[in-house]
Design a protein around this ligand. Structure first.
Ligand code: ZN
Length: 387
């Protein structure tokens, strides 16, 4: 079936196209043109002057809709993925937080099963931990971290094909070899929960850790030890040309000044936005079962308010937060589409509105709410409030 979306502001890799149309056939974009004449035989969608942008690529989220990927069940995966799809995530790499290898294997099986389905939004699994620095792992990961074990990860990765990203602390013994191994397998290696300073980050980058997870969070910045001053992980990552970063742009994890600073120093090409969302994201009416956490001010906190426990953001929230911080809309959109698609190695088919790419398309209104979403050409259930 041929579908034509007209009468919208279209975001293309060359910038905004004010009058034109996006044509999709089956699960692909057939053409993005500056002509908005209705084609005979096409199903016409009137975008009513709203924004037409590429679908969002979610590369770090732990759950949603009340379910967490660590549950390692098909039902949990499907519910959480659906919850994020409704908020614009037309592709997703489910994140498994610090888990025993027996669970990672279960998640791998479910992920591979879902990826094999027709027009699947699931592009691979993201594993965070368990090879994390206990000191930087925080309360949520207490007791769930361990040292790097070569035999363990090689035996898993010799057989599992769906893992596309793995986060670890580079300062752990064996972590650099781990990064080299991940790189050889084409898996993105990210530094996470780390206190590495410049030399450590430089070594990590050279070994293959090319991305920094939830930048500024769970890592030190510039600090003093006794009378002397030291750069933190943050400044070290800034200095590492080519190292990409991700920002939890929920408006809570990072103040707007820091969002602007990271955008200014790393640029759109090296910065992506992530939700790092917990099960409580997009989970209206879901009861909080964990007595250790509360939801307050649009974020999940430890019940004693000693620290944040995680985000409940969705991808659309990230775009709104960046625009509110003064970032141009086109750049905010690129940081949730083109940039994460490139970082995750799926830019051939994802991340922009271009001929022959997958038909992952969103219509956003002036308040940047999702008014319609197509994932692989299929209208996402529950998103259509436009026609
Ligand atoms: Zn995470």
């Amino acid at each position: 079936m041929l579908t034509q979306i007209i009468n919208g502001k279209i975001y293309t890799p060359q910038g905004w196209l004010d009058e034109g149309s996006v044509l999709m056939r089956d699960n692909k974009i057939l053409e993005v043109t500056n002509c908005d004449l209705a084609l005979i035989g096409a199903k016409l969608i009137d975008a009513k002057g709203m924004y037409i942008v590429p679908g969002f690529v979610c590369m770090h989220a732990h759950g949603g809709g009340g379910r967490d990927f660590t549950e390692c069940t098909e039902a949990a995966f499907r519910t959480a993925i659906k919850a994020h799809q409704k908020h614009g995530a037309t592709s997703i790499f489910p994140t498994l937080s610090s888990s025993p290898f027996s669970d990672i294997r279960k998640a791998v099986d479910i992920c591979e099963q879902l990826m094999a389905e027709k027009d699947s939004p699931v592009l691979g699994l993201h594993v965070e931990g368990p090879y994390l620095n206990a000191k930087m792992a925080g309360e949520q990961f207490a007791g769930k971290v361990k040292g790097v074990d070569k035999e363990e990860y090689t035996s898993l990765l010799e057989s599992a094909n769906c893992i596309k990203r793995w986060d670890a602390s580079p300062e752990l013994p064996g972590a650099l070899d781990f990064a080299r191994y991940l790189k050889s397998k084409g898996i993105l290696a990210a530094v996470s929960h780390t206190e590495a300073e410049y030399d450590g980050i430089k070594e990590a980058f050279e070994a293959g850790f090319t991305h920094a997870a939830h930048f500024y969070n769970a890592m030190p910045g510039f600090h003093k030890r006794r009378e002397y001053k030291y750069e933190g992980t943050v400044e070290s990552v800034y200095l590492m040309d080519g190292m990409t970063i991700e920002l939890i742009a929920d408006g809570i994890h990072l103040p707007s000044t820091i969002l602007r600073l990271a955008y200014k120093l790393k640029g759109v090409d090296n910065t992506c936005l992530v939700t790092d969302a917990l099960a409580y994201a997009a989970a209206d009416g879901v009861e909080i079962k964990d007595p250790n956490v509360i939801i307050e001010d649009g974020v999940c906190k430890m019940a004693d308010r000693s620290s944040l426990a995680g985000s409940i953001a969705t991808m659309d929230v990230l775009v709104r937060t960046m625009v509110k911080a003064g970032i141009p809309l086109g750049d905010a959109v690129r940081m949730v589409s083109e940039t994460p698609a490139r970082i995750m190695g799926v830019e051939e088919s994802k991340g922009s509105l271009q001929k022959d790419k997958d038909a992952d398309i969103l219509i956003l209104d002036r308040d940047l709410n999702i008014r319609a979403a197509w994932a692989m050409g299929n209208l996402v259930e529950g998103t259509n409030t436009l026609f």
